[in-house]
Design a protein around this ligand. Structure first.
Ligand code: PFF
Ligand code: NA
Length: 459
């Protein structure tokens, strides 16, 4: 038989199932849960959107998560090389290699705007620590946020700082520090979120928030909202663009992929729902708008920190943890790009990280300007799909709502239809009827779900 692929050599594997879960959860839990989920839920009318999102997580995101990790472990290399090897060893068409390329491209696009928002988290650590929120009212915190966005140089500074941190970590090799950081900080973030929810319960608007998030009113959900829910299910689990393929390539053979994937999806979902329950009560209690957009958490949370006792320490800690969560996600996005550059150009890891990081940083300037000088510029606005979208919104929409779900579609189709059936049940970690049911989901249910959402939106 063939020798084990590079990442499957004994000395490069994850040290335990826990180590892999931590890295995958580090990638999954990020700005998507705490920044994006609440604001898109607000923009898309609440309950019905959340319901569709949850359905997408379990019927679409989770199967993609399992399939992508499996591909990564079977290939044992970077996403591009893994797909090259697997199309050969599984006897599948070379066309499937597009999965690897799509990953490199889409991950770079996501990172380009993610780093800008990561920069906001970075500034907000400082603002909280210097007591800028103490006793502040809604108007003051709103003005602070608007002032930040209106200054392209300041945004660029923080965006750059965030990118430098990410490049630095990736250049040093991600696995060493990653396990430790995630192991300590993720549970802490979880605890802090629960404390925030408890605080939000005292705001007087908790019932209204629960109602907003969990009683579905389908008249408020558009077809684009369904596409956003699907895209976010992929975004929040980090699936469809090779991240988990890269992490899965280091996964030891004996670990049960199905069970591990369920844990990851459940944890990620809990964090998102907790974030919503922490934020919406404050939105309603302070007369803010649920559909305020990307600034939502940056105006509601500072209000809470400004009014609660111990808010200075608490707020600083919270934004610091948000920053860490953003960093552990961002490094997972740069990883496919860097592995590809390393392999293709034969350059060192350090150089690849710097080149990749620089290219992504350049694209990110478009997002920086979207919040000020270019706030009225809608490139590609003449195409119906992209109407009224700034550069930031365009890149987010294209990468998160189109490339990630389509990448996910290709991944489930590849494992469902093209990969050899023998050994697949053991590899996935499911037996008997459960395995057969899962294959039906992989072959038909997930692809049909993605296809239907897309067709609806095109028509
Ligand atoms: N899952 C991350 C979040 O929810 O913040 C974002 C993300 C990470 C998207 C990695 C894509 C990715 F490849
Ligand atoms: Na997430």
């Amino acid at each position: 038989s063939e020798p084990a692929p590079p990442h499957q050599q004994a000395n490069s594997l994850w040290t335990s199932r826990m180590a892999f879960i931590l890295a995958a959860v580090g990638s999954a839990v990020g700005l998507g849960n705490i920044w994006k989920f609440p604001y898109i839920t607000g923009e898309n009318g609440g309950g019905a959107f959340v319901l569709v999102y949850l359905a997408c997580i379990f019927l679409i995101g989770l199967p993609v998560l399992i399939a992508e990790t499996l591909i990564g472990r079977r290939g044992g290399q970077s996403p591009v090389a893994t797909m090259r090897t697997l199309t050969r060893t599984e006897g599948a068409s070379k066309g499937w290699r597009i999965i690897g390329w799509n990953g490199v491209f889409a991950a770079s696009l996501v990172l380009s705007f993610y780093a800008v928002i990561g920069g906001w988290a970075l500034v907000y650590v400082g603002k909280a620590a210097f007591g800028l929120f103490v006793g502040a009212d809604a108007e003051t915190v709103g003005a602070q946020f608007d002032t930040l966005l209106s200054n392209p140089w300041e945004l660029l500074l923080w965006h750059t700082a965030f990118m430098v941190i990410v490049v630095f970590i990736v250049a040093r090799g991600i696995r060493a520090g990653l396990e430790k950081a995630v192991k300590m900080l993720m549970p802490l973030l979880f605890v802090l979120l629960i404390v925030m929810v408890l605080y939000a319960m005292t705001s007087g608007s908790f019932g209204r928030a629960v109602d907003f998030m969990f009683s579905p009113d389908f008249s408020r959900l558009t077809t684009e909202g369904v596409l956003v829910a699907l895209g976010h299910a992929a975004f929040t689990l980090s699936v469809g663009i090779g991240t988990l393929m890269a992490y899965g390539s280091y996964l030891p053979k004996h670990i049960n992929i199905a069970r591990t994937s369920v844990s990851i999806a459940v944890m990620d979902t809990c964090v998102a729902l907790l974030a919503g329950l922490a934020i919406f009560p404050l939105v309603f209690a302070n007369g803010l708008e649920a559909d305020a957009g990307p600034g939502l958490i940056f105006v509601t949370l500072p209000l809470a920190f400004g009014q609660m006792s111990g808010g200075l320490i608490f707020g600083t800690l919270f934004f610091a943890l948000l920053l860490v969560a953003a960093i552990t996600s961002a490094i997972s996005m740069l990883e496919p790009v860097v592995e590809w550059l390393e392999e293709r150009k034969g350059t060192t890891r350090v150089k690849s990280a710097m080149t990749g990081g620089f290219a992504v940083w350049l694209v990110g300037i478009g997002t920086v300007l979207s919040f000020n000088l270019w706030s009225n510029i809608y490139p590609l606005g003449f195409i119906g799909f992209f109407e009224g979208k700034t550069v930031f919104e365009l890149i987010d929409f294209l990468a998160s709502n189109i490339l990630m779900p389509l990448g996910g579609l290709a991944i489930v189709l590849f494992v469902g239809w093209a990969v050899r059936r023998e050994g697949l049940a053991e590899d996935i970690g499911l037996q008997g009827g459960l395995f057969r049911a899962f294959m039906v989901v992989l072959k038909f249910v997930t692809p049909a779900g993605i296809a239907v959402v897309f067709l609806y939106n095109l028509i």
